[in-house]
Design a protein around this ligand. Structure first.
Ligand code: 5AD
Ligand code: SF4
Length: 444
């Protein structure tokens, strides 16, 4: 790299949607002649691609922005930008500008394609640029992209969410549900496969609603899975996230017919009490959720089932929380992402009475995590001396002599080996199951 080359640094917060957006941002910046750097100090552009699902994620961004003040005063040409979900919130761009005037670039999730113009404008005039959608935002195809992995890829299938769960900010910042045309998805995955990608993760806030917004084509998520399953070269298909309310029988049987679709079912339950589920506007009860799990296990006895759970939703009593613990015991999840309820301004739940005190929330999440860990460990013990197929992702972050990879069910496996296995699916014998990972050795 010569010293005249311009460099960009991007930090991503939040979910896979944001990770995918970051790949597009990187692609655009590369096309503009910028090279990626992992060192903020040498960057000409610093971008924070943000999340606003919980307050903690927002606070992290705000404190990082504060730390950049000094860098900007040392290098006045530096462009500091904030994009992503956080910026889409009403008034947030102005709030950021007020508290961090060294941030000159602010744009929303639907304005990514405008990045070259926004940067050009700043370079030409040094005027701060703010570009945030106020309408639905059409789907942009064929934007450049710099993918993070050569062997696995994130592929958007829907954007936005229509569900309006009462705690959730996503429908306000990502807009209404829009599906990508099936031919665009298939084209993209076909060309990814030609480039050596073997695993795709289909992305949407609610993948089960795929196609519901089309007026002229009759297609649903199950149909799409079948089409992707037929693409040569693809070996594994994942999807994120599906809503338990919309997980149809057709989808369960289709998954059974599609050999490449991973038997990992991530079904965010959020709570185990019907009263809380109703107040969350989730559209199912604990009984219908349990029924769904039963049906999935009938068709897929080896299914790995994981979930998301929120503790301390407004009005959650000890009895309600006990229902969540009971549901966790009944389902026996392989794993769960657990969250302390975070009040999001503008959502209905922010106005609900009976907010749960922070110390109660903390104590509950601890109990919940203990239970999930205990069950996860018991389930993982069953993998001892079993052989699993692992897609190798590369050296482990904590120990570079070890490789890390994922099973079909999305369990992390750690084992000794050299990085020439990266990107391949290989058999691994599990020798030491633990609570969150499986340790093993390559099966010769
Ligand atoms: N507080 C805590 N957790 C939340 N989630 C969404 N909104 C909130 C909130 N306000 C969680 C849900 C969702 C996951 C992505 O984030 O569990 O499934
Ligand atoms: Fe948020 Fe509910 Fe939509 Fe998921 S389904 S993004 S939790 S509103």
């Amino acid at each position: 790299m010569t010293s005249t080359e311009k460099r960009y640094y991007i930090q991503t917060f939040g979910c896979q949607m944001n990770e995918r957006d970051t790949e597009v941002l990187s692609g655009i910046l590369k096309k503009m002649g910028y090279q990626k750097t992992a060192d903020m100090e040498e960057a000409d552009i610093i971008l924070f691609n943000t999340c606003c699902v919980r307050e903690k994620a927002e606070n992290k961004v705000l404190s990082h922005l504060g730390e950049l003040r000094e860098l900007k005063s040392k290098n006045p040409d530096l462009i500091i930008g904030v994009c992503g979900c956080m910026v889409q919130q009403k008034g947030m761009a102005e709030t950021i500008r007020r508290s961090a005037p060294h941030v000159e670039l602010l744009f929303g999730t639907h304005n990514i394609h405008q990045l070259p113009d926004l940067i050009e404008n700043i370079l030409a005039s040094r005027n701060p640029q703010i570009s945030i959608w106020d309408s639905e935002g059409e789907i942009r195809e064929n934007l450049p992209s710099e993918r993070e992995f050569p062997f696995k890829a994130l592929v958007n299938i829907t954007y936005g969410c229509n569900n309006f769960c009462t705690y959730c900010i996503v429908p306000y910042v990502r807009g209404r549900e829009r599906s990508r045309q099936p031919e665009h998805i298939i084209e993209e995955i076909t060309s990814l496969a030609a480039d050596g990608v073997i695993e795709v993760m289909l992305l949407g806030q609610n993948v089960n609603s795929y196609g519901k917004d089309f007026k002229d084509i009759a297609i649903d998520f199950a149909d799409l899975l079948k089409m992707v399953n037929n693409i040569e070269g693809i070996k594994r298909i994942r999807y994120m996230t599906s809503h338990p309310r919309d997980f149809s029988d057709k989808l369960i049987t289709t998954i059974a017919q599609c050999n490449k679709v991973c038997k990992h079912f991530h079904l965010p339950v959020q709570a185990g009490s019907n009263k809380i589920l109703e107040r969350m506007n989730r559209g199912y009860t604990r009984e219908t959720y349990l029924q769904l799990v039963k049906k999935i296990r009938q068709y897929h006895p080896d299914a790995v089932i994981t979930t998301d759970i929120i503790v301390g939703f407004p009005g959650e009593t000890e009895e309600d929380f006990a229902e969540t613990l009971k549901l966790v015991e009944e389902v026996r999840f392989d794993g769960a992402f657990t969250f302390i309820y975070s009040t999001r301004a503008g959502t209905p739940a922010a106005e609900f009475k009976n907010q749960v005190p922070p110390e109660v929330k903390k104590e509950r999440i601890q109990r919940l995590n203990d239970l999930i860990g205990k069950i996860g460990y018991e389930i993982n013990l069953k993998y001892l001396n079993k052989k699993v197929d692992v897609l190798v992702e590369g050296p482990s972050k904590t120990n570079s002599d070890m490789l890390t990879g994922k099973t079909d069910g999305n369990k992390t496996v750690i084992f000794p080996g050299d990085s020439s296995y990266t990107g391949k699916i290989i058999p691994v014998l599990i020798t030491e199951p633990q609570t969150w990972i499986l340790k093993g050795k390559i099966e010769e």
